[in-house]
Design a protein around this ligand. Structure first.
Ligand code: UDP
Length: 327
């Protein structure tokens, strides 16, 4: 039985990975400090004999007893609102946290996969973005804390591979959505659906001409799984190339939810990328991977999830456990 450590396990992607690795017959050690993660996302696994939750911040020394085959490092605030609120923690988990986990992987002889991001491309001048594009990142802008932490994370991961022969894998994740996203994390999809459910206008930032390409979570998890089991050490983009402007996306959400509210325009956040679309040729070629879930289908499932949440959840303005962790 393979033993897997998943960090950020109570988060959106981490919790879906826990489900997948349990389904694959692995023993899963799920680690999270619960700054942005929510225990609700994994409570269905708590009674499982092959699942063990550890409440820990990986920016501090990480101890795991017994053997480990794989480490999947998915701990990080990952929405612009989160990393603006907790910039230092964002920098630490991408840098110190990654260093601690690489050390653990080395000590255990485990293979380590890190969750990188399309943000390493910044506001890209090449479109769509292939893995060999180096990016256009403002290191001191509001997104710098996330972008640079993730770029450092890739650099230190490659260094451990080259100098310590560690088995490493790097996935660059593009915008991903699905059930268990936090309704109040500021990302565009939960923002729009939350607004529709509360009977508020939908807030489009800027003129809405900026583009994104949204990947359904099951496709992303499949990409992670295939990359982990592959022997490819360089970064691989995983995302859905189906690109859409944010204005068009707002119209799709209006149609999906049946809301009678309108779109209102707000100021565009600083360094908000103008366009983003993954070039997934490498994932196709190396992983034989292809996104399978169309946006219309994925949005239906995601909307059903958000509709099932309580009133309290729907009106919660902030994540309840933020404050206690901010030092
Ligand atoms: N956005 C928007 N309205 C919102 C939230 C976000 O128009 O209420 C825009 C945001 O400016 C960006 C896009 O939607 O251009 C995607 O934002 P998100 O925070 O989901 O992710 P990003 O890809 O920017 O990290």
């Amino acid at each position: 039985m393979k033993r897997v450590l998943i960090t950020g396990a109570a988060g959106f992607l981490g919790s879906h990975l826990c489900d997948r690795f349990i389904k694959e017959g692995c023993y899963v050690i799920a680690m999270d400090n619960l700054i942005t993660g929510r225990l609700e996302n994994i409570e269905h696994l708590m009674g499982n004999a092959n699942f063990h939750f550890v409440h820990h911040d990986v920016s501090n020394f990480v101890h795991v007893s017994g053997e480990l085959d794989y480490i999947l490092h998915f701990a990080s605030p990952a929405s612009p609102i989160d990393y603006l609120k907790i910039p230092i923690q964002t920098l630490k988990v991408g840098s110190l946290g990654t260093h601690n986990l690489l050390g653990l992987a080395k000590a255990k002889g485990a293979r380590m996969l890190i969750a990188s991001t399309s943000e390493v491309y910044g506001d890209p001048t090449v479109h769509p973005q292939p893995e060999d594009y180096w990016g256009n990142v403002n290191p001191i802008g509001p997104r710098g804390v996330y972008d640079e932490a993730k770029r450092f994370q890739e650099a230190i991961t490659m260094a451990y591979h080259r100098y310590h022969n560690l088995e490493t894998r790097i996935i660059r994740i593009f915008n991903t959505y699905g059930p268990r996203m936090r309704l109040n994390d500021g990302r565009v999809l939960p923002a729009f659906i939350g607004q529709a459910l509360r009977g508020e206008d939908l807030t489009v930032f800027g003129d809405g001409s900026q583009t994104r390409s949204f990947c359904y979570v099951d496709d992303l998890v499949e990409g992670v799984y295939r990359l982990l089991l592959s022997d490819y050490v360089y970064p691989v983009n995983v995302g859905n190339p189906d690109e859409i402007t944010i204005s068009q996306f707002a119209e799709e959400i209006i149609e999906l939810t049946g809301t009678t509210q309108k779109v209102i325009y707000k100021e565009l956040p600083v360094n908000d990328p103008a366009q983003r679309q993954p070039d997934v040729d490498k994932a196709r070629e190396i992983l034989n991977w292809e996104p399978k879930v169309a946006r219309s289908e994925g949005l239906e499932i995601t909307f059903a999830y958000f509709k099932s949440l309580s009133e309290e959840e729907l009106y919660k303005k902030d994540h309840n456990s933020f404050e206690q962790y901010i030092k």
